[in-house]
Write a new protein. Structure first.
Length: 116
């Protein structure tokens, strides 16, 4: 039986040795951008609202500028928007993920030749 060996990995941005932005933060920002609220984003992700809120709150606290901006209730019921800085984080993460995945693919070339 031939075993398939692969190199796997994930990227994350750290600030002062603490996770700042990774795949879960990316996903939450994209969903908030599309859904307009943390609650809707949490439901779409299949996670409890409190967990989603904690992720967004930590991201905002660690960020030099707000990433998610809460809007007060009203006729539309309030919600959240992703700031321009948050949108830039999304684009940066997508660009870095594309580069990371390309390099990961290259790292996996000829893996079977050297492993038994």
């Amino acid at each position: 039986m031939i075993k398939n060996f692969t190199i796997e990995g994930a990227i994350a941005i750290y600030r002062k040795d603490e996770l700042f932005f990774g795949s879960i933060q990316y996903c939450m920002l994209v969903y908030i951008l599309e859904e307009g609220s943390i609650n809707s984003a949490a439901k779409r992700k299949g996670m409890p609202y409190q967990q989603a809120w904690t992720i967004v709150d930590k991201l905002n606290r660690m960020s030099p500028v707000p990433v998610v901006i809460r809007q007060k209730g009203g006729v539309s019921g309030g919600g959240c928007i992703v700031s321009e800085y948050g949108k830039a984080l999304i684009k940066l993460f997508e660009k870095k993920m594309e580069l990371f995945n390309h390099n990961l693919k290259e790292l996996n070339v000829d893996m079977e030749k050297c492993l038994i």
